[in-house]
Design a protein around this ligand. Sequence first.
Ligand code: PLP
Length: 372
Amino acid sequence: MSGPQVEAVVDLDAFAANIAAMAACAPSSALMTVVKADAYGHGAVPMARAARAAGSPWLGVATIEEALALRAAGDTGPLLCWLASPGADYASAVDAGVEVTASSAAQLAEIIAAARVRPRVQLKVDTGLSRNGALGEAWTQLAAAAATAQAAGRVEITGAWSHLACADEPAHPANDAQEAVFRDAVDELAAAGVEPGLRHLANSAATLSRPSAHFDLVRVGIAAYGIRPDPGMSYSTPLTPVLTLRARLAHVKRLRAGASVSYGHTWTAERDTTVGLVPMGYGDGIAVAASNRAQVQVGGARADVVGRVCMDQLVVDLGDRPAAAGDVAVLFGPGDDGEPTAEDWARASSTIAYEVVTRLGGRLVRTYRGDM
Ligand SMILES: *Cc1c(COP(=O)(O)O)cnc(C)c1O
């Protein structure tokens, strides 16, 4: 048996199907596939290419560096980024045809001053998340600054947008409140003399659950990777997890009852048992918090992670079943063959599935299956 000892197998056909399903959720809106943070751990460049091929007109990333990396890899389509500190390389972003976001009049001024050609800028309003975006009076100032600069031909305002705090709780009152603030902000911008361009508010959860928030474009991240924004959300859109994480056991041995496993001896065999060594640890993005809590699948059956997850390795309890070094352990996948899912690992490590996939990295080899 050959191949990488640790592998993330990424199913691009499932990714394309998820994108199509999300587009069907918001049939009157354009779709932006969000590929920030290395496409949530799936690999930014191949996922960006696959998203375009799947018919996603827009891509979104957080930083200018992420946007420029996609351009360097040959991406040319509509691309928005939204997180930049003073001194960011706006000139390169604008040269590369990347749309940038202004969250304040000062940021808009910096973008315009840095740009060598007229920049295409989207304006972000804070409607209640209290993260980025212009809030209250600052939005009034940003709208006025945008109107002046656009009238002078120094900028093209192409969008107005915001981000929801509680979209994964569809009944949360913050959703209605933020949507109302957003509508008022867009009206204020228009009244200041700026055609808002693309208006957008929805992430995956709001795309799935809140048609009133779809506006002109929906920004879909986690759902494109086939993961529910929240395990408590129910909807009819079919989504398939895209990533399967697997490793070949590096070592298998029999332990005597009473033997303890891994650093700190936090687990002790109650009876004679077989343990397998999975060559993955927190250096590859596996949470230490999953120690003694998560499961993997080996030979079609579940096996508990026992003892503490280490930097490079973790141990699983295989009981009395036959096993050998080289056998495949599936850490998580779509779940349809009985393997755990990223959601299961999230529960086992007291986090969210977003983090389980996004933190994958280090030595991990990614293999892409399906149409590229
Ligand atoms: C990450 C992000 C998204 C995507 O969110 P999901 O919940 O993964 O769909 C959308 N918009 C912005 C501004 C983001 O930062």
